[in-house]
Design a protein. Structure first.
Length: 230
């Protein structure tokens, strides 16, 4: 079912539980591009208007339900059920969601991601070069950019919802050899190509196929050694 319709039904259900004797208003749900996981609700001319960050569009149903309970409790000036706020907080704290929110903040927040053309390296040009060498030039170019912060722990990240690859600014320096930057970009390009697999409840991003493909990189050992020395 379409995520907007599914979400509207969840809000309708929760509304009915909280206000069983009130006629159900028409519910207008929209996912918007916010720089965070914001959500708002208001009643206007008998319409219940719900605005949620599009980063929540992929959230599981129980999470949307918890959010509906939180927002409607606030609207009706009731205490928010502890279980709902705990469930919603747990979801936002999941490491993959946090990462994705960090990236969204980088892209849409005040600073945005910086241009693909860095001080030392041009990511668009590097992408096309790697695309030609390893992907027969067939990979559609995602949004590429340098992170505003020079992170040492997160050198690169691919964000599927936004189809964006961001590389840490720390790599955009003339004293970082090109092959090291190429390897990080190549690795993220493999994430574009290889979907994560779910093994039981675990999400595996570096699948066997991914690791096999990574071995194609011509100077893999050298690049990895260079990155360790950063
Ligand atoms: Zn990876």
């Amino acid at each position: 079912m379409e995520v907007v319709t599914a979400s509207a039904q969840i809000f309708a259900r929760v509304f009915g539980q909280m206000r069983p004797r009130t006629a159900l208003p028409s519910i207008d749900v929209e996912f918007r591009t916010y720089a965070n996981a914001n959500a708002q609700i208001r009643l206007e001319d008998g319409r219940l208007i719900v605005r949620m960050a599009d980063t929540l569009a992929g959230a599981p149903e129980p999470v949307i339900e918890a959010l509906a309970e939180i927002l409607l409790s606030k609207l009706f000036r009731r205490p928010v059920p502890a279980a709902s706020s705990a469930r919603y907080r747990r979801y936002l704290n999941r490491s993959d969601i946090r990462r994705s929110l960090d990236l969204v903040r980088q892209i849409r927040g005040r600073k945005r991601i910086d241009d693909a053309q860095g001080d030392a390296y041009d990511l668009n040009q590097m992408f096309e070069d790697l695309n030609f060498r390893y992907f027969h030039g067939l990979m559609a170019r995602p949004t590429l950019g340098w992170s505003p912060n020079a992170s040492r722990t997160l050198l690169g990240h691919y964000d599927p919802p936004h189809n964006a690859i961001v590389l840490s600014r720390i790599l955009d320096r003339p004293d970082v050899p090109r092959v090291a930057v190429e390897y990080v970009l190549f690795h993220e390009m493999l994430h574009v190509r290889h979907q994560a697999e779910h093994i039981g409840a675990r999400r595996c991003v570096h699948t066997r196929a991914f690791k096999e493909a990574e071995k194609q990189f011509e100077r893999l050992k050298e690049a990895k050694a260079l990155l360790r020395k950063l």
